[in-house]
Design a protein around this ligand. Structure first.
Ligand code: NFS
Length: 664
């Protein structure tokens, strides 16, 4: 048994999770929290000193100046390990994008009757970037070519990724000069693996430049295509009302959790669960209906488009099973803990794997086939209903919070500028005037080495108080949703005076949910548009903005962080650095990269310090742009939120409050 077992309230900040962690302690159920307590991280690997790229090792470079059997230095080893993390993360995001392109192709060719083009406007926008002819052609004809062109982006023999031209001109020039413009998505991943193979690229700076090129192929390639293709197939998100946290599960309904990343099957399960025939079937098993809930980025995908409630983020996948109320957990790819199967065996829950790429020993495998998607989805829903009568004791937590997600970049420009002149101008103006001090993109995972949701919740609260607009994706977004920060009302309660005025004028929450982790490409698009809109410089690196993944755990987060840096952003990763102890490499990814691309990556696990560094960066960028010094006392004197207070005043006092001049 581990010596340092954390109490539930030390392991999570989320009340629903704390309740279930107490249950796990009482009944000795194993979770990622208890496994993390029981096993300290390997110190050699954690410091970046472990090399296992060949059979002469693994080499443990624990002494200063020590090299591997081949002579590789600590710097080479740490840079190789880092670059391989980027390659794995980029591969995961991008392969997800590729599958969506195949789905669009099948739909366009009539082989996948359950899918169609949902957003023809987005399809046409994609066509423009991918050089696909649109005049006089049907949606299906365009969709077929868009799918084929998208697939070419993964392996075309010549040229560069076409979406790079969505970046500001200056940024494209920087990439060109540094020779880090990705040529195609797969090639940069393969080349990173090649160069980090034993005896190949052995100059840490050169390896890390390739890591940036590989990551750019993710951000401006695989992920951006994944986002666009999902929008084309399932619709570009706009605001919807939904709820977050495990309290969305229902005692008297069949509860199905969809978990993983791809929207392809989960969208079908959502459709199947609404089918009257399926609802009748659930009733025949004694349930009153069917409830769907999402975990991880599948949750974000179906939330953004269909309003499917968020059951929780990464660290809540096992906790969902502990409720005893989940009849089936349907998973596809990425961020699915193998531990869910062992735990589910102690409950009535069935774990169903669906991806041809991902099986888990002990789980039921029902392979997804896009050609008969709805039929498979209905089978899965029936299986879940069949489990309903087997339920034992249930422990559904009370917590569930309202939220309004759906902030695609298209919707943000519409909300700010209207239908006919959609624009980011009001956002740039608000930043220029100082009403909004800057923007933070808070993204990424949970990590059981960190008190669950604690850093997400702390930093976001502080940013809002300091008039920083927060945009979010992934599990960070789910943390804020559970905290109640994704309703317009939250602006009245937490936001500083300037940000509150903007949120009130637009009717938007102070924290904008922009989707899943591949949808960080939406954030790149917003930043690129802000840079070209005018007034905030002419490149992403000029904007008073910071990106962060304070509770990161996945290699995907390292890829995201790296492409944000290569795009010019200051990025703070929380938790620990995989290269922290290798000073040269650690310095290179902040100072070295800053000299090259204007962005830098730092690792910091102290919430206060993350906030301090972020605000200092935002204020410095404001000063560099010649913008007024941030002064919260200038704002907050207008707005509907003051009406009640206003109505209690006498007429002269009202005039004074409104116009600032005294009337006697
Ligand atoms: Ni992103 Fe999504 Fe969550 Fe982290 Fe995993 S779900 S792709 S990797 S854990 S945010």
């Amino acid at each position: 048994m581990a010596k340092n077992i954390r109490k539930p309230e030390e392991a999570s900040r989320d009340k629903a999770s704390i309740t279930l962690l107490q249950l796990a302690c009482d009944h000795e159920y194993e979770t990622s929290f208890s496994r993390a307590d029981a096993m300290a991280p390997c110190p050699i690997g954690a410091d970046g000193y472990c090399c296992k790229v060949c059979g002469m090792g693994p080499c443990r470079l624990v002494k200063e100046g020590q090299t591997g059997v081949c002579g590789a230095t600590r710097e080479t080893v740490a840079a190789r390990n880092f670059a391989r993390m980027v390659a794995a993360g980029a591969a995961a995001h991008s392969d997800h994008g590729r599958d969506l392109a195949y789905t669009l192709l099948a739909a366009a060719e009539g082989h996948a009757p359950d899918y169609k083009v949902h957003d023809p406007a987005k399809l046409r926008e994609m066509a423009l970037y991918l050089d696909v002819e649109i005049d006089g052609r049907t949606n299906e004809e365009i969709a077929k070519d868009v799918a084929l062109k998208s697939l070419e982006e993964f392996g075309k023999p010549q040229g560069e990724i076409l979406y790079l031209k969505r970046a500001p001109k200056k940024r494209q020039q920087i990439w060109k000069e540094l020779k880090i413009s990705p040529r195609n998505i797969d090639r940069e991943i393969v080349e990173t693996m090649h160069r980090t193979n034993v005896g190949t690229d052995q100059d840490y700076e050169h390896i890390l430049d390739q890591a940036m090129r590989c990551a750019l192929g993710d951000g401006w390639g695989g992920s951006m295509l994944a986002t666009d293709l999902s929008d084309v197939l399932f619709g570009t998100p706009g605001p919807v009302i939904s709820e977050a946290n495990l309290g969305i599960l229902k005692e008297d309904e069949v509860n199905i959790i969809i978990h993983g990343h791809e929207p392809t099957l989960s969208e079908m399960i959502v459709a199947a669960a609404q089918d009257p025939e399926m609802i009748e079937y659930a009733k025949s098993k004694g349930a009153k209906g069917i409830t769907m809930g999402g975990i991880c980025c599948t949750a974000n995908e179906t939330l953004m488009r269909e309003g499917v409630p968020l059951a929780g983020n990464f660290l809540q996948q096992e906790l969902a099973i502990l409720t005893g109320a989940v009849d089936a957990m349907v998973v596809d790819i990425q961020c699915i803990m193998q531990g869910v199967v062992k735990l589910a065996n102690q409950f009535h829950t069935e774990i169903i794997t669906t991806s041809p790429k991902a099986k888990i020993s002990g789980a039921t495998h029902i392979e997804f086939d896009e050609h008969r998607a709805l039929e498979i989805a209905k089978d899965i829903v029936r299986r879940a209903a069949d489990r309903f009568p087997n339920r034992g004791e249930m422990h559904i937590p009370e917590e569930h919070t309202q939220l309004i997600p759906g902030f695609s970049h298209e919707y943000i420009t519409y909300a700010l500028g209207g239908f006919y002149r959609g624009s980011l101008r009001p956002l740039n103006d608000a930043i220029m005037s100082g009403r909004i001090r800057g923007v933070v993109a808070n993204i990424g995972c949970n990590n059981p080495r960190i008190c669950h949701d604690s850093l997400h919740q702390y930093v976001v609260t502080e940013f809002l108080k300091n008039d920083v607009l927060v945009v979010e994706t992934g599990c960070g977004a789910i943390a804020s949703a559970k905290q109640g920060y994704m309703t317009p009302e939250a602006a009245f309660e937490v936001a500083g005076p300037g940000l509150r005025e903007v949120c009130e004028a637009v009717g938007m929450p102070p924290v904008l949910h922009m989707g899943s982790c591949v949808d960080n490409s939406r954030i790149l698009t917003v930043l690129a548009q802000m840079a070209t809109e005018g007034g905030l410089g002419d490149d992403i690196s000029d904007i008073p903005a910071v990106g962060m993944a304070p509770e990161w755990m996945s290699e995907k987060a390292i890829s995201i962080g790296t492409y944000c840096v290569a795009s010019g952003a200051y990025v703070i990763m929380g938790h620990s650095s995989p290269v922290e102890k290798v000073t040269e490499v650690n310095n290179f990814i902040n100072e070295g990269w800053e000299k090259k691309v204007g962005g830098r990556m730092e690792f910091c696990n102290d919430g206060e310090e993350i906030v301090r560094r972020s605000l200092a960066h935002i204020d410095k960028k404001r000063a560099d742009l010649g913008l007024p010094v941030y002064d919260p006392t200038k704002w907050g004197k207008s707005g509907d939120w003051r009406i009640e207070e206003f109505m209690e005043l006498s007429l002269p006092e009202r005039i004074e409050a409104a116009y600032g001049n005294s009337v006697k």
